[in-house]
Each structure stands twice: as structure tokens, then as C-alpha cells.
Design a protein around this ligand. Structure first.
Ligand code: NAD
Length: 297
């Protein structure tokens, strides 16, 4: 099946990146968002992305402007889904928003369209019933800054047609991603199934007074040869994310998570130490201690 045009729904942090990455690789992209304010914000994001692609990938203004010209903006789902073969959904991570979006999309999309969600925390079975053809529904999950961290996790549910799974993997390759096929539903895909427990274990040790963050990072780095440890990773992710995850787990009754949330709030959130983005977190930037020659001694 030929894919020429795609629709990207939701033009926020990830949607704008998916749209731009696809346009750079020659696809026509219909960007859909709820209103003109959101579309204007998306246009500003594309200006920033152009600069990032130029700095990080060395692409020329000509290539980047051609890519931008392949993007068309819509505030109507009905119009946006016309003449596209693939829809990538990156609307907010709230089930009722996704549900409403897929129901309206299903009324307007042709039977041949493939539906792919970029959802980070939901699995296909939580959404597929809102899609008119669940067999054409799959997850296609990207990492933030997709032009640099070019991995795409493709996850099917039991009813996803083999063709849809394979074609989505192929599409991921066509836009420069390394595809990670996931044959069974798994909350967190492969990456977060590894990363989240790893980062949680590190934080549990700190709040329980077992060891301090730099010692934990040093242990990991010396023992595995990794270039950074869990607290350096937390700084890159940004402290808000682990804080929100711990708060949610605490609200569900997890006592350890409650301690972590309180620790992060007091020492980081309230002091605006949000990681690399704010210049300080578990380390200070731009020259974090873990990059210094004697850190591992
Ligand atoms: P975001 O808040 O930056 O963007 C969401 C966009 O959706 C906004 O432009 C908003 O105007 C739009 N929107 C709001 N309501 C809508 C609706 N009813 N229909 C269509 N669009 C609507 O969010 P984000 O960080 O880009 O996340 C979007 C999706 O991508 C989520 O499912 C999230 O789990 C996933 N994701 C995010 C990241 C990340 O690092 N931010 C990484 C991987 C996956």
C-alpha cells in the first residue's frame, strides 16, 4: 500500500515533531488541531524545529523550507483526513479526549486508513473499541526529539491485521526511524518497561537513605560502562515527569512513591531545579559532575 499523505492529529510537543520528521522525508502532512490558537502555536514549534534540524542534522534552509511547504493545517477532522492513508494521533494523554477524537475520526475516514496512536501510557486495547476498524489500529510510539532519538516502538493488539503492523513498521523506516516491533501489548512498550523500574529503584534507594544520587550513578557507570547513571537520566527527562508519576502512584496507595514525591517536591520542584532544562537538578549544568574525569574515582 502506497502512503503519500498522512494526518498528524495534535500538534503539540510530539505531534509537531512527527509531522516535521515525516515532511522532511517527503510525505505530505495534514496537521490537525482543535483551533487557530493551537495551529499558531504549532507554526511556532515548526520554526524552532527548523533551527534544531539545521543545528543537529546540518540540513539546509532549502530542504527545511521544502519540508515545511509539505505541511497543510486543518481545524476540521473531516477535511484533514481526506486523501490520507495513515493517521498518527498525538492528542493529550486523556482517554476521554482520545475517545472523542477517534469517534469523530471514524465517522470521516475511509476504510483503507491505518490508525496509529503515539500514546505513551495507554495500550491499544484501551482505545481500539473507539476506532471504526480496530483491525487497522496499532500504536506507533516515538521518543521526544525524534530526529535525534530515532526509535519508533510499534505495538499491535490481538486483532491488528498483520499487514497493518508490517506497513506501520515500514513507514517508521521511511521516516528515518529504527523500528522496534512489539508483538504483544505491554504497558510502557520496551523502553519504559526497562527504564521506569530502573529509575524508581534508584529513587527508592535515595529516599530510604541507602546511598546518595552521585554514588548510585557512579556504581552504575563503573559496573556497566554506561555513560550516565539514573540521576543523570532523570535530569535529562526533567524532574516534573518522575514527580508526576510518583504523585499518581502515591494517590493509588503506593507508600514508597509518596516518599519519592515529597522528596522531589521539597528538594527540586519547589526550588525550580527541574533538571537540564533549568540548569540544575541532581547535577548542575552545563558541566555536570558525572562528565568530569575524576567522577569515577
Ligand atoms: P501536548 O500537550 O504537547 O500536545 C497535545 C496537542 O493536542 C496540543 O496541540 C493540543 O492543542 C491538541 N489537542 C488538545 N485536545 C485535542 C483534541 N480534542 N483533538 C485533537 N488535538 C487536541 O502533548 P504531547 O506531549 O505532544 O503528547 C501527545 C501524545 O504523545 C500523548 O499521547 C503522549 O503520551 C504522547 N507522547 C509524548 C511524549 C513527550 O515526550 N511529550 C513522548 C512520546 C509520546
Amino acid at each position: 500500500m502506497e502512503i503519500n499523505n498522512i494526518m498528524v492529529a495534535g500538534s503539540g510537543v510530539l505531534g509537531s515533531q512527527i509531522a516535521f520528521q515525516s515532511a522532511v522525508h517527503g510525505f505530505g502532512v495534514h496537521v490537525y488541531d482543535i483551533n487557530e490558537v493551537a495551529i499558531e502555536a504549532a507554526k511556532e514549534r515548526f520554526d524552532v524545529l527548523k533551527e534544531r534540524y539545521k543545528a543537529d542534522l546540518g540540513l539546509t534552509d532549502e530542504v527545511l523550507n521544502e519540508a515545511y511547504n509539505r505541511i497543510v493545517f486543518f481545524t476540521s477532522i473531516e477535511e484533514a483526513v481526506g486523501e490520507v492513508q495513515l493517521v498518527i494521533e498525538a492528542v493529550p494523554e486523556l482517554l476521554d479526549i482520545k475517545q472523542k477524537f477517534y469517534e469523530e475520526l471514524s465517522e470521516n475516514a475511509s476504510d483503507e486508513v491505518i490508525f496509529a496512536s503515539n500514546s505513551s501510557t495507554l495500550i491499544p486495547s484501551q482505545i481500539k473499541q473507539f476506532v471504526k476498524k480496530p483491525e487497522r489500529y496499532v500504536h506507533l510510539h516515538f521518543a521526544n526529539e525524534i530526529w535525534k532519538f530515532n526509535i519508533a516502538e510499534i505495538m499491535k493488539h490481538e486483532g491488528t491485521e498483520e499487514f497493518v503492523f508490517d506497513r506501520t513498521i515500514e513507514f517508521a523506516k521511511e521516516i528515518g526511524m529504527v523500528p522496534i516491533p512489539i508483538y504483544k501489548e505491554q504497558p510502557g512498550y520496551v523502553l519504559n518497561s526497562l527504564l521506569v523500574p530502573f529509575l524508581n529503584s534508584a529513587q527508592y534507594m535515595v529516599v530510604n537513605g541507602v546511598a546518595d544520587p552521585h554514588t548510585i550513578d557512579k556504581t552504575w557507570m563503573i559496573s556497566t560502562g554506561a555513560p550516565m547513571g539514573p540521576f543523570a537520566i532523570l535530569d535529562i527527562v526533567g524532574i516534573n515527569t518522575p514527580y508526576n508519576l510518583s504523585k499518581a502512584a502515591a494517590a493509588a496507595g503506593d507508600k514508597e512513591a509518596e516518599k519519592i514525591a515529597a522528596f522531589l517536591k521539597e528538594n527540586f520542584i519547589d526550588k525550580n531545579k527541574l533538571g537540564v532544562q533549568s540548569g540544575a537538578g541532581f547535577y548542575t549544568y552545563p558541566n555536570p559532575a558525572y562528565k568530569e574525569a575524576d567522577f569515577l574515582k
